[in-house]
Design a binder for this molecule. Sequence first.
Ligand code: JJW
Length: 448
Amino acid sequence: MTIFQFPKDFKWGTATAAYQIEGAAAEDGRGPSIWDTFAKTPGKVFNGDNGDIACDSYHRYEEDIELMKQLGIQSYRFSVSWSRILPDGDGEINQAGLDYYHRFVDKLLENGIEPFCTLYHWDLPQTLQDAGGWESSRTVDAFVKFSEIIYREFNGKIKSWLTFNEPWCIAFLSNLLGAHAPGNRDLQTALNVGHGLLLAHGKSVKKFRELGIDGKIGIAPNMEWAVPYSKSDADKAASERHIAWFADWFLDPVFKGEYPPFMVDWFEQAGAKVDVKPGDMEMISQPIDHLGINYYTMSVDRYNPDAGVLGFEQVDMGLVQTDIGWPVESRGLYEALHHLQKYGNIDIYITENGACINDEVENGQVKDFRRISYLQQHIAQIHRAITDGIQVKGYMAWSMMDNFEWAEGYRMRFGLVHVDYRSLVRTPKESFYWYQNVIRNNWLETRP
Ligand SMILES: CCOCCOc1ccc(-c2cn(C[C@@H]3NC[C@@H](O)[C@H]3O)nn2)cc1
């Protein structure tokens, strides 16, 4: 057996997002978001599932926080529903929305749990989408207004902040691949959306500094590690495009003030170009304090000019897969963390990592041993990176509880806690108790 001791100030946590757990979609003044619209568009979400009820955490947050306390986490990552605060995106403030998040954050603090807040986790108010979405300066300005309201309201209560969750999903999954809301399938739109959200990020960070908010702020890209299928230059270039598509396309602007030139060229060959205005890149590259990284899987890539805009296909190498079909390869997390060092040795939080394992409750238990194996492998790789001097400061398992997994609806379960969506009964899984032990010890034990 090996013991991996973590630094004494390492933060163990879990993560969720508003639309995925809250429910109460039209309660207390909340306005519709693009996910309310998308989920109710036939054929977009498995089984026609939507977030009307979800885990009903809007009403059950005290029970959820009790489970977090039992788990022993130091930090809980959540997101704010923008359309609960500004129902039409940039108009009148809905005080009931602010009141809810005060009750919620106060309950976390009462229980000694640090609130780690994501401002934007995909639920754009529909009125802003109707007005052009992230391609429009109105949405960019509205995000700055929304973030300023939350900064001012929770200054002193919330000290860890993220502007955007998974820019790749917001820009490309949602506007090139069409798999997520609003479901566009156009490369130029995707590039415009990516630039819009980066501008909003930079302007919001600038506002955060101007207000003198007591805390730290960053952004949370999702990363997929990729290796070439063969030694050919074409396959090597394909895997490099894959990695850059998810990470560098957003992190080069934030840290270097420019898009990665080789990707700019690749997209231009595909007929699309970002319209960068004077001052944009200076605004986007406001210094940040930490980086959230969401990691789930890695890929073996082969060049294929017919395989979509990026010209790579993922080769099935027979790896164990989770129930959503993602290969399990924890070494990709280690490699991804080293890849990020080119931006400097910035504080990094693993803001999402977890496994889709769809085990159900049997005799009051959920024996999700495959999730334990996944978590153990990935946490071990984090320890390996820390040993190399990489500043990983925390780990937030995705997810605290089973929830609405976007286009997959409720069939895909990532939670440490099982949710029965009919009764809304929560049942801690075996992985909950395993993680509780890791947190209590602040070390990981590999099985003998
Ligand atoms: C038409 C082609 O479609 C291909 C699907 O391609 C992807 C890629 C990546 C994802 C994905 C999902 N998650 C988990 C979430 N992260 C944020 C949190 O809300 C979790 O629910 N991470 N990445 C989904 C789909």
